[in-house]
Design a binder for this molecule. Structure first.
Ligand SMILES: [Zn+2]
Length: 193
């Protein structure tokens, strides 16, 4: 029916045909976790050299330290033994292109996909919108180095996060594929016990 479903299932068939990782243990073998953005240009397995079973990768819009991202990190350490964490945001992130107010207005106008140009975001949708967006903090970003440091600080200060876990802050450069450390973030993420 859907070309996308066909393509995904064909790719999976090929993957499964030579699959030999059925015996991996559940805890990540390299005992670390990465919190990063869902941006389609980022492939954490490639940019951080991960194979199946190596590490936890938690992704959301922006790679932000939302309550749910922290939920996953706490499980990652408490139940599955990761003991080093990376927060990795990136250049040219879509989360820099809007604010809470813009997102709320767009969604109040319609639920359809909006468009963006030099003058900003525009809604041309034909479906009804919703004001529910006013109740969500969209965790937008105005400065990547600042957002990485802010998120590392939030995780570091969280009462359910062990002070023994170092948290490192990086920005992935979409133009070069390189990870660039945010020194202020890594400093803030130093273990406290
Ligand atoms: Zn992004």
């Amino acid at each position: 029916m859907s070309k996308t479903v066909d393509e995904v299932l064909a790719a999976n068939e090929e993957y499964a045909a030579s699959f030999d990782k059925g015996d991996l243990p559940m805890p990540p073998g390299r005992r670390f976790a990465v919190l990063t953005c869902m941006d389609a240009r980022l492939d954490p397995a490639k940019y951080a050299g991960l194979a199946e079973g190596d590490a936890h990768v938690i992704r959301n819009a922006g790679g932000r330290a939302s309550d749910d991202a922290i939920r996953s990190l706490v499980i990652s350490h408490k139940l599955l033994g990761t003991n080093e964490w990376f927060v990795i945001h990136h250049t040219d992130c879509g989360m820099e292109t809007f604010t809470d107010d813009i997102m709320r207005d767009l969604l109040a106008s319609s639920l359809d996909t909006a468009s963006v140009d030099e003058s900003g975001w525009h809604d041309h949708g034909t479906t009804p919108g919703s004001h529910e967006a006013h109740h969500i903090s969209w965790l937008t970003i105005s400065d990547q180095a600042k957002s990485v440091a802010e998120d590392v600080r939030r995780i570091r200060a969280h009462p359910l996060v062990s002070g023994r876990i170092p948290i490192y802050g990086y920005i992935y450069d979409c133009a070069t594929g390189k990870l660039v450390e945010v020194a202020e973030a890594t400093r803030a993420g130093k273990p406290t016990s």
